[in-house]
Design a protein around this ligand. Structure first.
Ligand SMILES: [Zn+2]
Length: 191
């Protein structure tokens, strides 16, 4: 069943990995969590294990995701934060009761009230978004340079000059496009 869906694009920042579940936002967008089960799959992979999700919870997840995207984009380009989006992020953060716990091998894990409490999982994502939008973490929000993507990502490179949300997809595609354009300019039509 899972094979019929495109793979997730996983990053090290929870909030922007979440917003990346809608790919190619400015082009032919691809929804990576089109069903409640796909949201369950994504949450499990990201350390927020739930075993069930309703359609209403999926809709809430989409609403949170788009709100984080809007707020992160505004921050990246220096615009005022959108009030409605901030309200959604705050509501999701307040309503969840996830607790950080420490495993015996020293890793942080999340304890949710129950395995069907998607709201608790969403509150962890909302809190993660708050920490990067508020500038509490070492890094800078930026927008992907690919015109069909423009995803907000969290740049933790030392020079803060990362251009693409993901080197393996947007970065490579841009490189190839540049390469092809250069070849055409040089009269090499063999590619
Ligand atoms: Zn991108």
């Amino acid at each position: 069943m899972k094979d019929q869906f495109p793979d997730f694009r996983l990053g090290s920042v929870l909030a922007t990995s979440f917003t990346a579940t809608l790919k190619e936002r400015q082009g032919d967008s691809v929804e990576l969590i089109p069903t409640p089960q796909r949201l369950v799959d994504w949450l499990v992979i990201n350390g927020l294990a739930v075993n069930a999700c309703t359609s209403a919870q999926l809709e809430l997840a989409w609403e949170l995701r788009e709100s984080i995207h809007a707020a992160a984009t505004a921050t990246a380009i220096g615009n005022a934060l959108p009030a409605t989006a901030i309200q959604v992020i705050n509501d999701c953060s307040i309503k969840g009761q996830a607790a950080a716990i420490l495993s015996l091998d020293g890793k942080r894990q999340w304890h949710l009230r129950s395995a069907s409490c998607v709201e608790d999982a969403l509150s962890v994502i909302a809190a993660d978004a708050i920490s990067i939008i508020a500038g509490e973490r070492d890094g800078k929000l930026a927008l992907c340079a690919s015109p069909t993507c423009q995803a907000a990502f969290f740049d933790t490179s030392q020079s803060r000059t990362r251009k693409w949300c993901d080197m393996n997809t947007c970065g490579n595609r841009q490189k190839k496009a540049r390469f092809n354009a250069n070849h055409r300019k040089n009269g090499n039509s063999a590619i």
